[in-house]
Design a protein around this ligand. Sequence first.
Ligand code: G6P
Length: 613
Amino acid sequence: MCGIVGYLGHRDALEVIIKGLKRLEYRGYDSAGIALMNGSLNIYKKKGKVSELEEHLKTQQNLKSNIGIGHTRWATHGEPNDTNAHPHYSFNKDLAIIHNGIIENYASLKEDLMRRGHVFLSETDSEVFIHLIEDIKEHHACKLDDAVRIALTQVVGAYAIAIMSQSEPGRLIAARKGSPLVIGVGKGEFFVASDASPIIEYTNEVVYLNDYEIAVLDNQTGLTITTIEDVKTIPYIQKLELELEAIEKGGYEHFMLKEIFEQPKSLTDAMRGRVDAVRGHLVLGGLRDYANTLLNADRIIILACGTSWHAGLVAEYIFEEFTRIPVEVDYASEFRYRNPVIREKDVVIAISQSGETADTLAALELAKSKGAIIFGICNVVGSSIARATHAGAYLHAGPEIGVASTKAFTAQVTVLSMIAIQVGYKKGVLSDKQFHEMLAEIEAIPSKVKKVLELNDKIQMISSKFKDARNALYLGRGYNFPVALEGALKLKEISYIHAEGYPAAEMKHGPIALIDEEMPVICIATKDSSYEKIVSNIQEVKARKGRVIAIVTEGDHEVGKMAEFTLEVPNTHEALMPIISVIPLQLLSYHIAVMRGCNVDQPRNLAKSVTVE
Ligand code: G6P
């Protein structure tokens, strides 16, 4: 979703911003633009990729500037075109804005401004925002930051903004509410960005702006942060631990492939310092203060979207099995609008890779306002969700850049399993022996995942047989049912093949009607408590001539008799099998998408970090 980059300092702003926009490309976008102070305040913008903006810039003269703002836009108000792309000028062209978020009351603000003679060029809410700021600035004859502050009290919605002004050319103003914004503090230079990736190669000192804070970056007076009520706050400068290599492709053709192959490492990192099977040790530091809350919970409510919601479904099975605490898994977008019942001893777990998903954030805020204790399972350190929760555990999976989530899913399931095992043990549901066995199983996962990755060539070959499919069905039962959903999501996200995941037994209530000799049916049939049942379901598919690809446990030759292709994966405890069984499905989608010529890392219409509802 929209990406923001701003620069003020001694470097060539254009270069820093274009590079930064490329680092943010993974978020998903459909147009890009930049504003520079080269003589006067000039805006350059184009529909399409950042590379198209670069081509356009090559035709322009004198682009030297030490200050600038740039944006990648994911259309909400108005179709993707050059005019709707950001930045936007104010009415008198003294100001330019880039904005990530949605101004919900933009229509009424626009009407007011039009009555006062404002003319708008685009259909965007963001243009209304900057006109409003200029209107206030002129009306109150105040400084830009004061005008921004007043404007922020009038807008309803979410925003991360950066603004520059022709009449105040040594300053950038940034503000946020609900959309992410990070400020990089270098030596005599400042950066503003949606996340740290455009900043990391220049400085590792950052300030995460809080909601309702306004930052003034000034080449004379430095960084000043005030709240919307004009109270000064002391900038809390944090050191980034991110390495530049972590956000680069490192020799892989796509980020998604890199991230799939990184899983032995990301899973080890997710366990590092937390699990020690030999010493019988399992510690999740971030949950320590609230350990009893979870232990005494009457119910766990899991809130998430997309792939994170699938990890939540796996967690439902694991928590109920190991802790005997009832679990509900909700789409955050539904939970927030359905007046949910929250009781005193309910615990909410919000799962989000980015930590910025607007629906998940709003859902957890709602639960919080009703008195629930909120735990967060996030990957991005310092993200909005991580900061809004009472306690939590980071994934430590490293940056995930490919839009289709892979290593975050496996790390989410791993971290959630660790929590469930710990709670189950403390509650006495798991015996000492079971606890130790589970720890050993968890520790062994990264090496088993490594083994699954050796199937890559075979999966590539299988992909070539199915690349032209128009539909696909994914079936699983028990712990592998959410894996079926996740496999189907991966395929549709990046290859645009219609795919559905189903609990295998439900097939006979509808999807079985779709099965014919062309239908690929991917069955996750590892040896677990549902094995016999899914074998019967595969028979049913076979009887209707469906083309079965089966994920089975090493050494299982039973299913192979019915399947066109089988992929054998190492065995583990059934609760942990999703971490292993999902990997062939990730690879299958990846190869099919590549063979179909799809843009794997930035699939059409999708965004990595969905900061609008
Ligand atoms: C988007 C992404 C998905 C992701 C979902 C939830 O739709 O494309 O890959 O699963 O958002 O994101 P989160 O960051 O909250 O896990």
